[in-house]
Every structure is written in structure tokens, then in C-alpha cells.
Design a protein around this ligand. Sequence first.
Ligand code: C2E
Ligand code: MG
Ligand code: MG
Length: 284
Amino acid sequence: SADIAMYHAKANGRSNFEFFHTEMNIRAAQRQLVACNLRRAIEHNEFVIHYQPQIDLSTGRLSGAEALLRWKDPLLGLVYPNQFIDVAEECGLIESIGKWVMRDICTQIRKWLDIGLDAVPIAVNVSALELRNLGYASGVEKILLETGLDPKYLEIELTENVLSQDFATSKLNLDALSELGVHLAMDGFGTGFSSLSYLRRFPIDILKLDRSIVRNINTSDKDTAVVSAAISMGINLNQRIVAEGVESQAQVDFLLDHHCNIGQGYQFSYPLNANAFSRLLHTK
Ligand code: C2E
Ligand code: MG
Ligand code: MG
């Protein structure tokens, strides 16, 4: 349909430039709309966290979970992060959303501990933009103190975007968090360009194999080789390896054969709301 629009634009005697210009304005307007709704969502508390179980592959037991943000829009229903995180980053809302996320999760873990459940570590996705703030690590520490939470219950997932932001400040924050006892996980391992330099620069405890390479286990020789090399490297660096996007028993078998200890994916569970996840903790 872009071609048709282009054709009309030319037929009407307008320049290509004008056409793209209009397209861009529409996109900008849509983003503006999402941004306005996000502001309201923060004020009206429209966010919820879902928890996706992580399974110890050798025992089949629950070993942790990843916290995934959802936005309950009154009109649109459940909106997924890929549709709003980048807008939040662009219009300066990611810091307040990130703070809400961290506080909500720590408060939830506190509740689980208070009712006597054997809570598991929860992995939280953090935007590279949040780590540029000098006070980020102390903000997290403050929330841990207020909720009386042992830092071992918290993991922070980073993407390699961290390398393209203010490096010195990000490094200060990550070193401070690591010092506190918060574990750091590298998300999307196997997809980026700078994964290796990243591993040298930050105190990474956990590697998360991206689902785009996990998907091709046993189907593409190249990806199979990349996965097994990534696992060996992580083992040599003393890291825990979590395979993401596990959807079949064949993948589980492969991962076990290659000493990857933890799996996350639809094969085990979809992300669950806090109540459903609590029930899992009850049966643990
Ligand atoms: P991610 O951190 O790589 O999270 C994994 C994504 O894969 C999640 O999508 C999850 O629902 C999905 N997934 C899990 N298992 C499977 C599977 O077996 N098959 C397939 N096809 N997909 C699976 P989701 O929840 O839509 O999140 C997308 C991305 O949004 C996340 O990718 C993360 O980068 C970002 N995100 C999520 N929550 C937050 C947050 O609180 N803050 C920030 N800054 N980003 C977040
Ligand atoms: Mg993640
Ligand atoms: Mg990931």
C-alpha cells in the first residue's frame, strides 16, 4: 500500500519528499498519542507485572522467574512492552515506569516471603537509559531496604544497548548493584554485535540465550554450533545460562546434553499474573 500511496503522490504532482514527510508526521502523531496515554497510565496505575517461570532443566523444578511488564489500557486491553517501551524511552517516561516496576516487584516478593512462601529470584528488565542516571543503583538499594529484601532475590537484565549509553555512569551503577549482591544477566545473548566486549566490561553472572537462536537448535547447523559455543563460553566464565523461548522437548534435550541448566519458554509456561504465579510458589 506504500507503493500505491507513492503512486498517488506522484500522480498528484507531489514530491517523494512530501510523501515521506506526511508518513513521518502520521507516525509522530501516533507516538504522541501513545505518549499521552502512557502519562495517564502512570497516574492511574494501569501497569501490571506478569511472571514467567524459569525451570531447572535437570530437576524440572521452578528456579526463578522473569518479570514482564504489561499495560492494561481501558480501551485497548493488555498492551505488550514492544508497543510502548521505545516510546517511553523517547519521551522521558522510562525512568518513572522503571521505578514503578522495581517497587512493584520488590513489594510482591516481600508479600510472598511474609506469607511463608519459598520465593525465587526475579529477573527485572532495565532500560539502558535508566542506567545513565547517577542515582540508579542507590535508588534500587533504597527500595531493597524499604521492602527489607535480600538482594539475592533480584536479578537485573541488561541489553547490549548499555554499551551505547554513557559508559562510565552505567558501569558505576552496574558495579554498585553487583557489589550489593544483585545478580546481572545479559539479555539477548547471541544476537548482538558487541556481546563479547560487554562480557569483559561488566560483572555479568547470567547469560540469557536469545530465543532467535534457541529456535534453530537442531534445525540449523550454524545456530546449533553457536548455541553450544555460547554455553561452553558461559560455563568457562562461571556464568549461569538461561535458554529463552524454549518451545519443544527436542530443545530441552539438546540443552541438557550441552549442560545448559535453566530454561524459560512456552514449553514450560506462559507469563502468569501474580496470583497464578503465587499458586506455583505454593506447590513448590
Ligand atoms: P525479553 O526480556 O527478551 O523477554 C522475553 C520475551 O519473550 C517476552 O515478551 C516473553 O513473553 C516472550 N517469550 C517467552 N517465552 C517465549 C516462547 O517460548 N516463545 C516466544 N515466541 N516468546 C516467548 P514480552 O513480554 O512481550 O516482552 C518483550 C520485551 O519487552 C522484553 O524482551 C524486554 O526487552 C521488554 N520488557 C519487558 N518488560 C520490561 C520492563 O519492565 N522494562 C523494560 N525496560 N523493558 C521490558
Ligand atoms: Mg528479558
Ligand atoms: Mg530476551
